[in-house]
Design a protein around this ligand. Structure first.
Ligand SMILES: [Zn+2]
Length: 186
């Protein structure tokens, strides 16, 4: 997978306005998320609409509460493995919210500053699909090659960095399988 000017060549591009400059320019870790809109339903364009501030608050009872959020992620990996990129990797996407993480000895907050946010279309209980693990492993390999500060131990879940607020990507996400995919020679 090629990365050209901080955009993934293989991804469909849907530009989100919900992004700004990274304060230190650092790109050194990845946060994995799970999302489905409405919750538990897959397919449709609601995630892309949420990230582009065009979600109709009346289209579903759940949307009213979230339509005015200003959020984004760098990438969304859909159930069939399709990648959609919303924010270029050198910009700060708004996916982690209030968050903290032990980076070695240092307790760091505000993980949006230095992470790449990847949403997997799914929920906490439904197994993620093989096509998603394959696409995610391809993306992560490309990111680690392109941004050498990113290494496998610096790939975390949203639940790891905001444990009181967030559970995603949830118990359905198989971290061991991801790491097996990552080390496979393909
Ligand atoms: Zn999340």
């Amino acid at each position: 997978m090629m990365i050209d000017d901080h955009w993934l060549g293989a991804a469909r591009r849907v530009v989100s306005p919900n992004a700004n400059a990274r304060p230190q320019g650092e790109i050194s870790a990845v946060v994995l998320h799970g999302i489905s809109l409405p919750p538990g339903e897959f397919g449709g364009d609601a995630i892309e609409r949420l990230f582009t501030n065009s979600l109709d608050p009346n289209a579903h009872p759940f949307f009213n509460a979230i339509a005015s959020l200003r959020v984004s992620a760098h990438l969304l990996i859909r159930r069939d493995g399709e990648c959609v990129q919303f924010v270029s990797f050198d910009r700060r996407a708004w996916h982690a919210g209030k968050s903290q993480w032990h980076d070695g000895e240092r307790l760091r907050a505000g993980l949006n500053d230095f992470t790449i946010g990847i949403e997997l279309e799914g929920d906490d209980e439904t197994p993620y699909r093989e096509a998603q693990y394959r696409a995610l492993a391809d993306v992560l390999r490309a990111l680690m090659q392109h941004y050498p500060l990113i290494r496998a131990p610096r790939i975390m879940g949203h639940a790891h960095i905001a444990p009181r607020r967030k559970t995603d990507p949830g118990p359905a996400f198989d971290w061991r399988y991801l790491h097996r995919c990552l080390t496979e020679i393909v």
